[in-house]
Unconditional design. Structure first.
Length: 180
């Protein structure tokens, strides 16, 4: 198992057999070697962005619950502050949340974010990537966005799949493990 996935039990890549319930639909948690599910989502300006737009480069796709909240802001700003080094290493960054584009635009502008923030209001992409479903929050089981990060290779294959990541310190660990 890679160092990237060994931080804790909750961050280990899920097995293909692991399922996340979403009403009557079931979504599979992704694992390294799986083909990354394609998507086309509107960015903060309403312009469509597709995963296939990034073929030929590695891309970090991260899912977060809500723009402007403390944890999501810390995570986004951490990616922003490390973006030049990631880009220099051939790695792009995409953030995806269920927020509407107008909220993403305000978040981007307020925090000076320079990478695409994508809107998945109907949670279709979140579900396809296993980043929406039941989770523990303050001791209760709730349904919502599961903070998750994926490294997708230049051909569109999942290199790393991390679920239930912590917002703080997450990017530093990614950089260490990617040797960036």
């Amino acid at each position: 198992m890679s160092e990237l996935a060994s931080e804790s039990e909750s961050q280990r890549p899920a097995r293909s057999a692991d399922r996340v319930q979403r009403g009557s639909a079931r979504s599979t948690r992704l694992q390294p070697g799986d083909t990354a599910p394609d998507f086309t989502l509107p960015d903060a300006d309403g312009k469509p962005v597709s995963l296939t737009d990034f073929r030929g480069r590695r891309v970090i796709v991260y899912f977060y619950p809500a723009a402007g909240t403390p944890g999501c802001t810390a995570e986004a700003c951490d990616f922003r502050d490390n973006l030049a080094e990631l880009n220099d290493a051939g790695v792009d960054v995409l953030g995806i949340s269920p927020d509407a584009p107008v909220k993403l635009a305000a978040f981007r502008d307020e925090e000076g974010l320079t990478f695409p923030l994508l809107s998945d209001v109907d949670r279709t992409t979140l579900t396809a990537w296993g980043a929406f479903g039941e989770k523990q929050m303050y001791g209760k089981t709730v349904r919502g966005v599961i903070r998750s990060t994926f490294l997708v290779d230049a051909e569109g294959t999942i290199e790393e799949a991390l679920y239930n990541v912590r917002a703080a310190g997450h990017v530093a660990k990614l950089r260490r493990d990617l040797k960036v």
